[in-house]
Design a protein around this ligand. Structure first.
Ligand SMILES: *[C@@H]1O[C@H](CO)[C@@H](O)[C@H](O)[C@H]1NC(C)=O
Length: 483
């Protein structure tokens, strides 16, 4: 109330037309737990960083993992290769019960390097995903071009039922990583199972996945591992809605740890009906050039566009994680967050504006944070709020419009506020001036910007911040361009 009337007076003095919106952040009403944000270095994309000179290597790793110099990403998605030149089991043991011969080069197309670095630099979850079973386990006898795992619902092969052999193979992969010092937290056995790609690809619907999931679960348990199963990395959200319903109907949801989906053929616009945490595990601009443009026309390759997608995932779809496709790679297009150009000591490492869109969330919203309720927002503004396990409250405000938005955060028992912004005037997230005075915070959101507020409570005020409503009063001044 105090800050509300104070700000009204200021507005009246300026003689501006005032469209006032009050935004309330209520930390007493909580939604999904946030697991984090991430990317992949599949298909050897990460080799350029592994072989880069040490200063450029450090720079690239910092862009991915540092919470001060980069995006502070905390999830790495690895590929379990089925391609005979990269898989751990290139040759068929002749029959499903034959003794497999595994091969392991301790590198796995640079994914061992990346996994080790990721862990050392604070990554919480490593998700290993198989795009396909090896070809000899499939109806089409090929690791690519679709085909089904022999033995799933409705699919039989003259060579027999390979479901247990596939589960053994996935567990062997997890154990090889363990022997390299890397824990695999989650394992997936499908990637875009509605799409028969000309690279590792295997078809499945949710019912067929459910006819394999309990076998994989039992095999993981018998091996004494705690790796959770993720399914199904559908190419689009709408397909994953269907697969999830089929898995639930087959009573197999109980064996899963995460529901996973891509956003290529359809983006998420509402939650998937499941009690499990849901991750968006792959989405990217696959076609355009690498871009450092934050905002120009709202194009797919611009940072502000991706800030809004992340918001859409977290707020509209109840996501616990949002992953881009590629992290850092050589001569990247927009599918990568960071590009390495040139070679040797003259290698140049460049972050995209999309990396900085992630940073505005992932630097500050840390693993195990919980999304909390907000209500009200000025026009053209998306607002989301989270509470970290240390009690700090993170409020992300995206101003999608061409006008500034005047904001007053009041009624909160905060001892300090730190704020950061990203817009066209800066090339990386920068300190945002937000002053704490008389218990309220005054700030003006720049046009086409993301501003992230990190609110710390007064010492001894923990209970109040954890349970009490936090009121933010936001005034949409709609400043006339001529004033
Ligand atoms: C959101 O996700 C959580 C799991 O993280 C789930 O328990 C909850 O039911 C979901 N809410 C909605 C509205 O889908």
């Amino acid at each position: 109330m105090y800050s509300l009337s104070a700000t009204l007076v200021i507005a009246a003095n300026l003689g501006l037309s005032l469209a006032q919106t009050t935004v309330t952040v209520n930390t007493g009403t909580t939604y999904q737990i946030i697991d984090g944000f991430g990317f992949s270095e599949a298909f050897g994309f990460g080799e350029a960083v592994q072989s880069a000179p040490s200063s450029q290597q450090t720079q690239a790793l910092n862009y991915m993992f540092s919470t001060t110099e980069g995006a502070g990403l905390t999830i790495l998605r690895n590929r379990i290769a089925a391609d005979p030149s990269d898989t751990i089991e290139p040759n068929s043991p002749s029959s499903p019960s034959g003794t497999p011969t595994y091969v392991w080069n301790d590198n796995d197309e640079s994914q061992v390097f990346w996994s080790t670095q990721a862990r050392a630099l604070g990554v919480k979850y490593i998700y290993a995903d198989a795009w396909s079973a090896p070809g000899y386990m499939k109806t089409n006898d090929d690791y690519e071009d679709g085909g089904y795992l022999c033995g799933v619902t409705g699919e039989t092969c003259s060579s027999g039922d390979w479901r247990q052999a596939y589960a053994n193979y996935l567990v062997e992969y997890i154990e090889l990583y363990a022997s390299a010092g890397v824990t695999i937290d989650f394992v997936g056995f499908l990637n875009e199972p509605e799409f028969a790609a000309t690279y590792d690809a295997m078809l499945s619907d949710g019912t067929q996945a459910a006819s394999f999931i309990p076998i994989l679960y039992d095999t993981i348990q018998s091996a004494g591992l705690s790796t959770g199963i993720a399914c199904c990395d559908a190419e689009g959200w709408n397909d994953q809605v269907t697969y999830t319903a089929q898995i639930i109907a087959a009573d197999a949801e109980q064996y899963l740890a995460r529901i996973t989906s891509h956003w290529y053929t359809s983006q998420g616009t509402s939650p998937i009906d499941t009690t499990l945490r849901v991750w968006e595990t792959e989405y990217a601009d696959l076609d355009d050039s690498f871009s450092t443009t934050w905002y120009s026309s709202g194009a797919f390759s611009e940072g502000l566009t991706w800030a809004n997608y992340i918001y859409q995932g977290l707020v509209e779809c109840n996501l616990s994680a949002f992953l881009y496709w590629v992290g850092a790679q050589a001569d990247s297009n927009a599918a990568g967050l960071v590009t390495l150009t040139g070679s040797g000591s003259s290698t140049v490492v460049t972050p995209s504006s999309i990396l900085w869109a992630f940073a505005m969330f992932s630097r500050y919203i840390r693993p195990d944070a919980v999304r909390v309720e907000t209500s009200g927002a000025p026009s053209n503004t998306n607002i989301a709020a989270f509470q970290n396990t240390d009690g700090t409250v993170v409020v992300v405000m995206i101003n999608k419009g061409s006008s500034t938005e005047s904001v007053s955060l009041g009624g909160i028992s905060v001892s300090s506020v730190a704020a950061y912004y990203m817009d066209n005037s800066v090339s990386a997230p920068a300190i945002f001036s937000a002053t704490l005075s008389g218990g309220s915070i005054a700030a003006t959101l720049p046009a086409y910007s993301v501003v992230t507020f990190v609110l710390s409570h007064k010492s001894g005020d923990n209970a109040e911040v954890n349970t009490g409503p936090v009121q933010l009063v936001v005034h949409d001044l709609n400043v006339d361009a001529s004033t």
